[in-house]
Design a protein around this ligand. Sequence first.
Ligand SMILES: C[S@@+](CC[C@H](N)C(=O)[O-])C[C@H]1O[C@@H](n2cnc3c(N)ncnc32)[C@H](O)[C@@H]1O
Length: 249
Amino acid sequence: MLTMRISFDSAAEFYDETRGPPKSVMDQLVKTLMDELDGYKTVLDAGVGTGRFAKPLQDNGFKVVGVDIAKRMIEKAAGKGVTNMICGDVCFLPFKEDSFDVAVCVHILHLIREWKMALQEVCRVTTKAMISIDYMRKNPVREAYNSILKKYGYESRRLGKGERELKNLVKPKSVPVASYETSADERLNHLGQRAYSSQWEIPEDVNRKVVSELKKQFWGRKFPQELHLLVWNVRDLEAYCGTFKSALS
Ligand SMILES: C[S@@+](CC[C@H](N)C(=O)[O-])C[C@H]1O[C@@H](n2cnc3c(N)ncnc32)[C@H](O)[C@@H]1O
């Protein structure tokens, strides 16, 4: 079976420059993640990307295995020293049941049409928790982008439900990481260069017009943001999506 998913091969060169919160917030995020992982050893990084999380976790002694369908993202991670990565689809994980204590699953489910299948697979190989991150406040620039885009007859592409939507279906523990300000300019620049996968099917001239309208409205402005870590109990997720674990395990 072939799943429908969005590979980030074409984003490998600009991914790190266009993603994530400011460095001080990222450091706090990694520290909070480390605190949550206290007592665990083995971690699956599902959709490891350029190793944003795998790298600091490996550096701090966790046994991390990363999986990603994008070879070029994996190469970027390898260039930073990340090891133990497999190029493959999280919907078909080549691991036995209960191979990992925890799965880190950050910004991947919305890229997979069979997102429930991915979730089932992650739960099958994980015993305790699945962890993700959530930006608690909607970004006004992004909201406006989507509505102006509709005016031109296009929609931002999302294949599956994201981790943010999952939190409304299965309740995780929500751990505050940091409150901080985000710059509209930075977001506008990233939207201008079509850095986000949801934009990759939007024609360039349409994107240019949308971003130019947005710039008039938002350039120079700042917005508050709040970052949380989401921690699901694997059992709760299994109760929602079903389990492939054998009854004897
Ligand atoms: C937005 S990036 C997030 C990367 C990393 N988790 C992070 O937070 O920096 C999503 C990653 O998921 C990968 N991906 C998408 N669908 C996938 C699938 N079905 N199996 C494995 N990786 C997938 C993409 O190639 C991309 O590297």
